[in-house]
Design a protein around this ligand. Structure first.
Ligand SMILES: [Zn+2]
Length: 224
């Protein structure tokens, strides 16, 4: 029994995981989802999906509360093996409140080519902040992967992990889910466009104008 329930946050992660599963963006226990919880006392806490539980069996009680050292708080299950990646993003990006990591098919196809997804549709600039860069390869579950992911993420909301998958990070879980779904769709468009002779990037002026919209909406406009 734990003294912290976070029931609504638990329910929102379970709903997100069910949606990822229904959309085919995760399979088995691949991928993971986390939320930055409100501060309790002077400690940051996060709610993370557990390692090794199939998503169709996951319940709200299985989710693991971890502290800033990633130690489970009053939980019996082990947090996701990619907790370091989630935690690295939260540390680097105070604006991020939720992280969704998937091994979705088309994002993974682009990730195994070690290419980024160039700015090919307007929505990705407005909602993701620009192209989806690809992080250098590092072993899954390591602090090196977390560092590479954070570096390639920059101030945007999605990053490809080379030979691995996709990570979406946004202020809310709803927004992170939207980004994960959007980037998978954009990856699908990009892969097919490349097969049809090559995707053409948006004009620079459109990318620049739409990126200003992203920065304003994200409260990041002063960072440039
Ligand atoms: Zn993964």
């Amino acid at each position: 029994m734990t003294d912290i329930s976070y029931q609504s946050q638990r329910d929102s992660i379970v709903a997100a995981v069910r949606e990822l599963d229904a959309r085919g963006l995760v399979s088995g226990s691949s991928g993971n989802v986390s939320l930055r919880l409100e501060n309790e006392g002077n400690h940051e806490r996060y709610l993370v999906t557990p390692a090794g539980i199939s998503y169709d069996e996951l319940t709200a009680d299985d989710l693991v509360v971890v502290d800033e050292q990633l130690e489970p708080v009053g939980a019996e299950l082990v947090p996701s093996t990619e907790s370091l990646l989630h935690h690295g993003i939260y540390q680097a990006r105070p604006d991020v409140g939720a992280v969704v990591h998937t091994h979705s098919l088309y994002a993974s196809i682009v990730a195994v080519t070690s290419k980024r997804i160039p700015p090919v549709v307007d929505e990705m600039i407005v909602y993701v902040g620009g192209p989806v860069e690809v992080a250098d390869y590092e072993f899954p579950g390591t602090s090196e992967l977390a560092e590479a992911g954070v570096r390639a993420l920059g101030d945007r909301r999605a990053v490809l992990l080379r030979n691995h998958g996709l990570c979406a990070a946004a202020p809310s879980l709803k927004e992170a889910m939207h980004v994960a779904i959007l980037v998978e769709r954009v990856a699908q468009i990009y892969v097919h466009a490349e097969m049809m002779g090559g995707a053409v990037a948006l004009p620079d002026y459109a990318v620049e104008a739409e990126r200003q919209v992203y920065l304003m909406r994200s409260g990041l406009a002063d960072s440039e």
